[in-house]
Design a protein around this ligand. Structure first.
Ligand code: FAD
Length: 322
């Protein structure tokens, strides 16, 4: 029988004298088996990640055309299973997992149930996020009885950590012990009117109990260093984990800025444009990520957190090179 030594992300960081490695993965597409996930993770596990994040994907509305020309609006959830995948990874690899928990699509009772389930599974880490609007909607709207901002969800987790459940009359409750991460944006969250306002809301999340910050991907380390300095100047002292992603195709040059509201530095963009095919782009992207990772490691970041998204071999090469 496996013996588990589960730890909180913040304890991994506190106990390590050098930058740790961690990965983010997506649950498999509905219809795929858990084996597809293990095939993705196997080459990465030899790099001994301190923890693995598992993203959350809310339901989408899609319109299906009927023979009479009218449309049926149906609800589709393409990647279910975040919580159970965390438990499966823990069971198979004996590594800590961090499920992402979002506000969108949940009311506060469903959120509490999800947290109780994670607690029963022995998972003590969560990354709390607001989530985005479904593709069919133009702006984020909370579920009726749900949270509008990540900070509201965070406060619910902090309440459970203090034994405060939604039913106030519950007595002698057990306290959960979630270590809580939040998202930060070195190039600003796309809805924030300015960087200062975005940073103030980030600080509010930390003041409300976040243990650490993980950043949106960036391709220019100076953006991360400036962000960390701005946070420190504001009195934010928690670890700030850089989120890193490889570029491997030409179409990402426009797709990444459009989807994630981030810049691709001109030197990297120029190199990618001159590539003859995506194999060459992958090589350029990998070299760029190695250089980024080496510089961040030298600067003493707490963790190098890689978005592995369908390209585990690139991440394995990068981690080998640093
Ligand atoms: P918030 O912190 O709530 O901020 C959202 C916006 O509101 C910001 O512009 C902020 O400045 C502003 N704001 C915050 N608080 C207030 C307030 N009290 N009053 C007014 N304005 C306020 N999405 C998913 O659906 N699933 C995932 O698994 C997922 N994983 C992610 C992992 C990382 C590391 C990152 C960086 C993002 C991830 N996302 C994920 C995307 C995320 O859900 C979106 O970026 C979302 O738009 C914002 O989430 P947040 O938690 O930063 O929101």
């Amino acid at each position: 029988m496996l013996e588990f030594f589960l730890m909180k992300v913040i304890d991994h960081i506190r106990q390590s004298t050098e930058p740790l490695i961690s990965f983010e993965i997506l649950p498999p597409l509905k219809g795929k088996s858990i084996q597809s996930l293990y095939q993705h993770l196997d080459p990465l596990m030899e790099h001994k990640p301190a923890f693995i994040n598992v993203t959350y994907h809310r339901s989408e509305h899609v319109f299906k055309k009927k023979p009479d020309g009218t449309f049926d609006k149906i609800v589709v959830r393409k990647r279910p299973g975040t919580e159970s995948i965390c438990a499966a990874i823990l069971n198979k690899y004996n590594v800590d997992t961090v499920p992402h928990l979002i506000c969108g699509g949940f009311d506060i009772n469903e959120t509490e149930d999800a947290l109780i389930n994670l607690n029963y599974l022995g998972i003590d880490n969560v990354l709390v996020l607001r989530g985005d609007a479904p593709k069919s909607e133009s702006s984020f709207e909370p579920e009726p009885g749900g949270h509008r901002f990540a900070i509201d969800l965070l406060k619910q987790v902090v309440n459970l950590n203090n034994g405060l459940y939604l039913e106030k009359e519950l007595k002698n409750t057990s306290q959960t012990k979630f270590c809580i991460g939040v998202a930060g944006y070195p190039e600003k969250h796309f809805e924030a009117p300015n960087m200062q306002s975005d940073l103030l809301y980030l600080k509010a999340k930390v003041d409300a109990g976040a243990d650490y910050i993980i950043t949106q991907m960036f391709f220019d380390n100076s953006q991360y260093f400036a962000f960390v300095k701005a946070c420190r100047d504001m009195g934010v002292t928690v670890p700030i984990i850089p989120g890193l992603k490889p570029i491997y195709s030409k179409k990402q040059l426009t797709l990444l800025p459009k989807t994630f509201h981030i810049d691709i530095p001109s030197d990297l963009a120029k190199e990618i444009i001159t590539c003859k095919n995506d194999e060459e782009v992958e090589k350029v992207g990998e070299e760029w990520l190695v250089a980024q990772s080496k510089e961040l490691k030298k600067a003493g970041v707490p963790v190098l957190h890689y978005y592995t998204l369908g390209r585990p071999h690139i991440i394995a090469n990068v981690v080998n090179s640093i």
